[in-house]
Write a new protein. Structure first.
Lengths: 224, 240
């Protein structure tokens, strides 16, 4: 079985599991909404202020939501020792990791699909003209969050206090991604929107560096 | 004999440190605009040199552990990160103390400062992570993976901040690569860096020994427990 096929099967399994209850997705969306609403009290959400602070707010909400959402990715496999079963399957560890990354990517992207329009309405930001470019930025940023987040979810799954540990490990690593994603988004929310390609390239670079690192280290990550 | 050698080395490092301190305070010339406060530089920069060296050692040890599974790499990794975090804390504190009189502000979100701060957070998380995993093998492997990710992140943090802050020039310390540094200052600086690196290596080696002893004690305790269990079952089975 090729790695791609194994990853696809695992992705289907993760999606099936999640869409039976949708508990993870619902909780993530509501949590991010709470963050977005709470931020409206920290500055005056007029159009000009929103353009300045909006991109940062949006990405902080996604990062917080992601760091909480990614935790069950591996922790869920532990309660019934299903991770051992996965390990015994004749597939490469990277396929397991990739399947989980893709599933998390789908979950976080779905949350963003709900949250971005809500954000645009609440903060009076016009996204209609830049939607295509915004999707590219969101996809590259989300990829970076789920690549590092899925790996760290496997790291923190074996630790005590793991719910608290995952954000602690993940958020500092994501600092460069946050800067790049916020700046790229800000260039789209400006009065004359023009996508800043430097930041787009930076986001892509971040994804490539950490995807390669996960590929090289996945054997150690999933060993017994 | 070994104790004697260690004492000699410690005395040498202490002498070097004393000499560097003396040179920084009395030999190095007065700085034109900042005067005496600039002398914190002779502690500040060597601390960063020591920190980055320690983190490179930690990175190599992380890879070494994953590649060979020799426990010595894990001992070296945790020792290097601990020493690196201490140097980083010292560098941040001396930097803040220096920033206030020199720039008029305690802190600025310049690329170097931000990178240092994020690195501090990352490696403190590394130590926290180690404290929260029980099984030694697993602790070594997972923390090595995290350590490698953290090390890879450092240049990205720097690049992002550098790109981002280009519109807002950060306070310039010395212009480009020591431009305009007085030759005497340069020599004193080299002595200070050498002294700080020597202290760092000395502490690192001691910390490494401590980690090795801890490991040996753990091994002995496990062996003793196993032996006690054997004896108990043997006495239980033997007919009275």
């Amino acid at each position: 079985m090729t790695a791609a096929r194994a990853a696809a099967i695992l992705l289907a399994k993760e999606l099936r599991l999640e869409f039976r209850t949708r508990e993870l997705l619902n909780a993530t969306i509501v949590f991010a909404l709470v963050v977005i609403v709470l931020f409206s009290f920290s500055f005056d959400p007029t159009a000009a202020e929103s353009r300045r602070y909006g991109p940062g707010l949006l990405w902080i909400a996604f990062l917080f939501a992601g760091s909480l959402m990614l935790h069950p990715s591996f922790a869920r496999e532990q309660s019934n020792q299903t991770l051992d079963a996965l390990r015994m399957a004749p597939v490469s560890p990277f396929a397991i990791l990739l399947g989980k990354m893709l599933a998390n990517f789908v979950f976080l992207s779905l949350a963003e699909v709900v949250l971005v329009p809500v954000f645009a309405v609440l903060y009076n930001v016009s996204i209609a003209g830049v939607i295509g470019r915004l999707i590219v930025v969101l996809m590259l940023g989300t990829l970076g969050v789920v690549i590092t987040g899925t790996v760290f979810s496997a790291v923190s799954a074996h630790a005590r206090m793991r719910e608290l540990l995952l954000p602690l490990l993940l958020l500092p690593i994501l600092a460069p991604l946050l800067i790049a994603a916020v700046e790229a988004t800000a260039s789209l929310f400006a009065e004359q929107p023009s996508l800043d390609r430097t930041w787009l390239a930076f986001l892509a670079g971040f994804d490539i560096v950490f995807l390669t690192a996960s590929w090289l280290l996945c054997d150690f990550l999933l060993e017994e | 004999m070994r104790l004697k050698g260690r004492l000699t080395i410690t005395a040498l490092v202490a002498f070097l440190l004393f000499f560097a301190g003396y040179a920084a305070l009395f030999i190095a010339p007065d700085e034109r605009t900042m005067h005496e406060i600039q002398r914190v530089f002779y502690v500040h920069l060597p601390l960063w040199a020591a920190m980055y060296s320690a983190l490179v050692v930690a990175f190599i040890s992380n890879i070494g552990w994953l590649a060979t599974r020799k426990p010595m790499w894990d001992w070296l990794a945790v020792s290097a990160v601990e020493v690196g975090v201490v140097c980083c804390t010292g560098g941040l504190i001396t930097g803040v103390l220096w920033g206030r009189p020199a720039w008029g502000i305690w802190w600025t979100w310049d690329a170097r400062l931000t990178t240092a701060f994020i690195l501090w957070l990352l490696y403190v998380s590394y130590l926290l992570l180690r404290g929260l995993i029980e099984d030694p093998q697993r602790r070594a492997t997972l923390s090595a993976v995290f350590g490698i990710f953290a090390f890879l992140d450092a240049p990205l943090v720097y690049a992002a901040n550098r790109l981002w802050r280009t519109q807002h020039p950060a306070p310039v310390i010395f212009g480009d690569a020591n431009s305009g540094l007085d030759p005497t200052m340069g020599k004193v600086l080299v002595a200070c860096i050498a002294a700080m690196l020597a202290v760092m290596v000395l502490v690192l080696v001691d910390r490494y020994r401590l980690e090795r002893l801890r490991y040996e004690v753990d091994e002995l305790r496990l062996a003793a427990d196993a032996r006690a269990a054997d004896l108990n079952s043997a006495t239980a089975r033997s007919p009275r």
